[in-house]
Ligand binder design. Structure first.
Ligand code: FDA
Length: 575
């Protein structure tokens, strides 16, 4: 059996790759060893860049339907239990008054809380509508490659029979225990097994404790139970939760049903509330990134390439964005529109993102410690000691006042986990799929992790502003993407459009042209594009299918056609 691309894995990374490859008309087979999509909630925080990927696929509304909306995600509470004493609170995911403008102005899409078990079927349906070939219950048992292709041995779960698929390329999107990575000797940088954790999917109506302070996350640490923060994620707002417990020396290592039920009961803190445990899952805490994202004809995407705890909620988001980066490059190479060297840029662009994400997630876990200290809670202490510390914290004493100030300071540190907009949106690429115009990157004016800094420097993601088109508002992001290169010009930039059309005719490469400006086809009615674009009216931005800026020219060139041709040859490695 032959195909152009074999995708191993049908989680967020594999399904996104399958959908985009199908959208590009690439012949691909996607296999997953499980009989269906994720049966448990796991990932949920879905950031704006990821929703924009779904927007490109036309899925944004469907994703919103299965998700908790941004406006309900914001309130983040730390408490002794749901029914117990609230210890601290912060507004997260851009819902605080100080951050809402940053989030709203950065994207046409709002983030959402989409449980993985509900999200995956949406991506799957979109891939299948595009006629993607997705095979459930099919396990990769071996994979080898040579200069000409990849040879994968697959085993059907239902009858144990094996068959071989030969492919030009393969994507290992097979998760943290990637068979692809181990068969082909991908080296991992960093440490595995830093600790372990378990998650408990619970059905319980907690609406009386959360409807006045709705949020995606609720953290509980009942004094005397040895739980140092269990993080409860809203799966279905108020009546389904996924609670995450970090294992440590004071918790029994077995996570037996009885132990877990006790922890859940204490976390709820109200014996009248009935609950049902739907699933208990165990997993490892790792801080690892693959040394190579590409080896020959095989690529790693998603958790296969980067493994880290869920702090900052970046795992599934990064996995989906990996595939968005890789799919168009594979399609262009397979269609002969780009040289195979373009595929090296997947590693060059996405590995630094993976590195940033694993380090941020571990640091965010560590940054929870000052809050625990400020609250006077630690595993191993008696309930009496824990409550004494809480009483002192709220007491009208000097010590109490000092500790309350300490709590407020420690809460601000958690911004780097729960309001980390720069890490969520700020990926900047440097690779041969980006042609630098020689100007320096603009300096960060605020903390680059907390704040997203839009720029049109080559390698950055196209900034969003709203434009008027007829009577409709459209985002700059809606003018680009959909598998095509786009030339964006302004009033007086017609020569760039003409050059792009001539190049399209010459090369067969589809290049869309759009004009943005005052009273232009896409009307910069509020003048916001002029403020942010960093080029003149007659300038030009060349934008890649994944909405990253490939190249820019501040003004009109003497020879727009020749200039654009040189840029495209440099980017795609072919005339
Ligand atoms: P994933 O592991 O999801 O999928 C792997 C796929 O490969 C599966 O389809 C499997 O069947 C298949 N497979 C494996 N071996 C195979 C083989 N040999 N042959 C064939 N198929 C094979 N992320 C986030 O962005 N926001 C969040 O809020 C959270 N929260 C969160 C909470 C908890 C508790 C956990 C455990 C994780 C998160 N995450 C997260 C992380 C997120 O769940 C994770 O990053 C993604 O599932 C990774 O997606 P992948 O597609 O890479 O792998």
């Amino acid at each position: 059996m032959h195909t152009d691309v074999l995708v191993v894995g049908a989680g967020p990374a594999g399904l996104t790759a399958a959908a985009f490859l199908a959208e590009h008309g690439v012949d691909a087979i996607t296999v997953t060893k499980y009989p269906g999509t994720a049966p448990t909630p796991r990932a949920h925080i879905t950031n704006q860049r990821t929703v924009e990927v779904f927007r490109d696929l036309g899925l944004e509304d469907q994703v919103r339907e299965i998700a908790m909306p941004a406006e309900l995600m914001g309130t983040n509470v730390w408490a002794t239990s749901f029914a117990g004493v609230e210890l601290a609170r912060m507004m997260t995911w851009g819902r605080g008054r100080d951050r809402q403008g940053d989030y709203d102005s950065a994207s046409p899409s709002q983030m959402c809380n989409a449980p993985q078990n509900a999200l995956e079927p949406v991506i799957l349906a979109s891939a299948q509508e595009r006629e993607a070939d997705i095979r459930f219950g099919t396990e990769l048992v071996d994979i080898v490659q040579d200069d000409d292709g990849v040879r994968a041995t697959l085993q059907r779960g239902e009858d144990g029979t094996t068959y071989v698929v030969e492919a030009k390329y393969a994507i290992g999107a097979d998760g943290a225990n990637s068979t692809v990575a181990s068969c082909l000797g991908f080296d991992m940088e960093g440490t595995a097994g830093l600790g372990s954790a378990f998650t408990v999917w619970i059905e319980a109506d907690l609406s009386q404790y959360v409807s006045h302070r709705p949020g995606a996350l609720f953290w509980v640490a009942p004094p005397g139970t040895n739980v140092l923060w269990s993080a409860w994620t809203a799966v279905v707002p108020s009546n389904e939760w996924n609670a995450l417990f970090l294992m440590h020396e004071f918790l029994p290592a077995d996570a037996s049903d009885e132990t877990v039920a006790e922890l859940v009961r204490a976390g709820i803190g109200d014996p009248e509330i009935e609950f049902r445990i739907k699933h208990i899952g165990q997993w490892q805490i790792n801080q690892q990134v693959s040394a190579q994202y590409r080896k020959g004809r095989v690529f790693l995407a998603g958790d296969a390439a980067h493994r880290h705890p869920p702090a900052n909620g970046l795992g599934s988001n990064t996995s989906i964005q990996d595939s968005f980066n890789l799919a168009w490059k594979l399609a262009y190479v397979l269609k002969g529109l780009a040289a195979p060297e373009l595929l090296d840029t997947y590693h060059d662009e996405r590995k630094p993102v993976g590195r940033q994400v694993i380090d941020r997630a571990i640091k965010s876990l560590q940054e929870m410690e000052p809050l625990a200290q400020a609250l006077g809670l630690r595993p191993g202490q008696t309930a009496a000691d824990g409550w004494a510390n809480i009483d002192e914290l709220f007491s009208p004493t000097e010590v109490g006042a000092a500790r309350r100030a300490q709590v407020r300071k420690a809460v601000r540190l958690v911004d780097h986990q729960l309001n980390c907009h720069g890490v969520e949106l700020g990926q900047r690429y440097t690779s041969r799929a980006v042609v630098d115009d020689g100007t320096p990157w603009p300096a960060y004016t605020r903390d680059p992790e907390l704040y997203y800094h839009p720029t049109t420097h080559a390698g950055a993601y196209l900034p969003h502003v709203w434009l008027q088109h007829g009577t409709e508002y459209v985002s700059t992001l809606d003018l680009v993407g959909h598998g095509r290169f786009t030339v964006l010009t302004g009033v007086g930039g017609q020569a760039w459009d003409d050059a792009a059309s001539a190049l399209s005719a010459e090369t067969g490469l589809e290049i869309v042209t759009r004009t943005i400006g005052m009273r232009a086809e896409f009307d910069d009615a509020l003048g916001e594009w002029a403020e942010i674009r960093e080029i003149d009216d007659e300038g030009c931005l060349l934008v890649r299918p994944d909405r990253h800026i490939a190249w820019r020219s501040r003004g009109l060139a003497d020879d727009p056609l020749g200039t654009l041709r040189t840029v495209l040859v440099s980017l795609l490695g072919r005339p």
